[in-house]
Design a protein around this ligand. Sequence first.
Ligand code: ZN
Length: 55
Amino acid sequence: MVKEIAKDDKELYQCEECGLHYAKKETAEKCEAWCREHKSCNLEIIKEAVKTENF
Ligand SMILES: [Zn+2]
């Protein structure tokens, strides 16, 4: 299940399969569905990921 993370005034959504963070819940859900099914990441999806070092 996609994990919601609230930090300051921002909300991020984490794919629990690969651990990447997304600004949009639907993108995180897409990533998670893909990761679970394919056991790999979809480049088209992960380019939407938020870099957590700035988080
Ligand atoms: Zn993922």
